[in-house]
Design a protein around this ligand. Structure first.
Ligand SMILES: Nc1ncnc2c1ncn2[C@@H]1O[C@H](COP(=O)(O)OP(=O)(O)O)[C@@H](O)[C@H]1O
Ligand SMILES: [Mg+2]
Length: 263
C-alpha cells in the first residue's frame, strides 16, 4: 500500500496526474460565443460539468443546442470564450500546443457520424494512421490488435467501400482506440447506421467502458442514450438535465468476429 502511494505521489508530481478525488474533466462556468459580427451565438452558456474516469455519458438535445461545441471543447479541438476547462486537473488554457496535440492524439479517441475513413486505404492502414502521426513503433501489430478488439481482424485488408456502414464505424473505433486513449468522444456515432448496427456499436462502447475507458457520446436517439450510465440534456447552450440512468439497456454483444476475451 505504501509503495503504491509513493508511486502515485511520484506520478502526480512528474505527470501532474490528478488525485483520485478530482474529476477527469471539469468545466467551470464555461461559455462559447461565436461572434458573427451582427449576431453573437451563445453556443454554450455558463456551463458547469464534471465527468469522472470510467463514466459513460450520453449528451442529448435538439439540433443547435451546443452538443458538438461542448464535445469539441472537451476534446481540446476548440477553446471556450469564457470560463475554465480542466483536463485531468490541469487548466487547458495554460497548455501549450504540444500538450494540446498530445491530448488530441493520445488521450482522446474521436469517433464521428460519417466515420471519416480515408477511401482507397485499407482498414488496417486507416487504423495505423494515428500511430504514424504520433510517431509510434510496432504500428501494424497495434493496428491489428485494435481491429481485433472491434471484431474486424478478418477485414484488415478491405477498403472502406468493401465494408458495411457498421463495419466502417468499427474501423473508426479501432482507429480511435489504437493510441490507447483514456476517453472516447463520439459525435452521433450511430447517426448514419441502422438500428442493428447502432446497437453493435453501443455494445462495443459498453465493453470498452467496462474495461475502464470513459465514454462520452452525442446522440439524438433515446434508445442509444439508454445504454449510457448518465444522460445529459442540453438546450440553448445550457445543461437542463443531468441524470443517472437507473434503467440501462445493456447490448447483448454479438458482433460477428468479436470474441469476448478480446474486449
Ligand atoms: N463555427 C461556428 N460559427 C458560428 N456559429 C456556430 C459555429 N459552430 C456552431 N455554431 C452555432 O452554435 C450553436 C450550437 O451548435 P452545435 O454545437 O453545432 O449544436 P449541436 O451539435 O447541438 O447541433 C448553433 O446555433 C450553431 O449554429
Ligand atoms: Mg452537432
Amino acid at each position: 500500500m505504501g509503495a503504491v502511494s509513493d508511486h502515485q505521489a511520484e506520478a502526480a508530481s512528474e505527470d501532474k496526474m490528478l488525485s483520485e478525488s478530482d474529476p477527469l474533466l471539469k468545466l467551470n462556468d464555461l461559455s462559447k460565443i461565436f461572434d458573427l459580427g451582427e449576431i453573437k451565438v451563445h453556443a454554450l452558456s455558463k456551463t458547469d460539468l464534471e465527468i469522472a474516469t470510467g463514466d459513460f455519458v450520453a449528451i442529448m438535445g435538439p439540433s443547435g443546442s451546443g452538443k458538438s461545441t461542448l464535445m469539441n471543447i472537451i476534446g481540446c479541438l476548440d477553446v471556450p470564450t469564457d470560463g475554465e476547462y480542466l483536463f485531468n486537473g490541469i487548466k487547458v488554457k495554460n497548455m501549450d500546443e504540444d500538450e494540446l496535440a498530445t491530448i488530441r492524439s493520445e488521450r482522446v479517441g474521436f469517433v464521428f457520424q460519417q466515420f471519416n475513413l480515408l477511401a482507397r486505404t485499407t482498414a488496417l492502414e486507416n487504423v495505423e494512421l494515428p500511430l504514424i502521426y504520433s510517431g509510434k513503433s510496432d504500428r501494424r501489430e497495434k493496428a491489428l490488435r485494435a481491429l481485433e478488439i472491434v471484431g474486424l481482424s478478418d477485414r484488415a485488408n478491405h477498403m472502406p467501400n468493401q465494408l458495411s456502414g457498421g463495419q466502417q464505424q468499427r474501423v473508426a473505433i479501432a482507429r480511435a482506440l489504437v493510441n490507447e486513449p483514456d476517453i472516447i468522444l463520439a459525435d452521433e456515432p450511430t447517426g448514419a447506421l441502422d438500428t442493428g448496427s447502432g446497437n453493435e456499436i453501443m455494445g462495443i462502447f459498453e465493453k470498452l467502458n467496462s474495461k475502464g475507458k470513459t465514454v462520452i457520446l452525442i446522440t439524438h436517439e433515446p434508445y442509444i442514450a439508454a445504454h449510457a450510465k448518465r444522460v445529459i440534456h442540453l438546450r440553448d447552450g445550457q445543461i437542463v438535465n443531468d441524470e443517472i440512468n437507473h434503467d440501462r439497456t445493456v447490448a447483448i454483444v454479438n458482433v460477428e468476429g468479436i470474441k469476448h476475451e478480446h474486449l
